[in-house]
Design a protein around this ligand. Structure first.
Ligand code: FE
Ligand code: FE
Ligand code: MG
Length: 163
């Protein structure tokens, strides 16, 4: 980033880059969890849930793109090795080894709740200190809040029909 742009950042840039890289690892793992989940899922309301999982996977990939661009702008190096994703991640990865629709929804809801917390931390860290990163983080968090809501609504519908 240019010197004037960087001079606007009033927080520890190294720490910020490290947290953005951790969020990047989360996004890739979330992307894969949604995407592979949409392939293996079984059970009632499958079609509707698959459509949502695919949409969310695309959102997570877009979030990864937003994070990488900002990491590079801040002068950082984005994670270059997929093998580092697990170690760097805050939220981890839940394998859809049980492909039943309820189980997959539960796993992804937990992932979204973790993501909301990660972006809350980043939002607090950057508020009034790095407005550009703040806007990116807020925009991603807004999506994660919607993701949680969408999945909980699907779970609610599923519970009405399976009761
Ligand atoms: Fe995301
Ligand atoms: Fe999400
Ligand atoms: Mg959605």
């Amino acid at each position: 980033m240019g010197t004037r742009g960087l001079s606007l950042v009033k927080t520890d840039v190294k720490e910020l880059i490290s947290l953005l890289n951790k969020a990047l690892a989360d996004e890739w793992l979330a992307y894969y969890q949604y995407w592979i989940g949409s392939k293996v899922i079984k059970g009632p309301m499958k079609g509707e849930v698959i459509a949502e999982l695919i949409q969310h996977a695309a959102d997570e990939l877009r979030h990864a793109d937003m994070l990488v661009n900002r990491i590079i702008q801040l002068g950082g190096t984005p994670i270059l090795e997929p093998k580092d994703w697990y170690e760097m991640s805050h939220c981890g990865y839940s394998s859809p080894s049980n492909p039943f629709v309820k189980k997959i929804l539960d796993q992804n809801i937990a992932g979204e709740q973790c993501a909301i917390d990660v972006y809350e931390k980043l939002r607090k860290l950057t508020k009034d200190k790095d407005e550009v990163t703040y806007q990116i983080v807020l925009s991603i968090q807004t999506d994660e809040i919607e993701h949680e809501e969408d999945l909980q609504a699907l779970l609610e519908d599923l519970e009405t029909i399976t009761k």
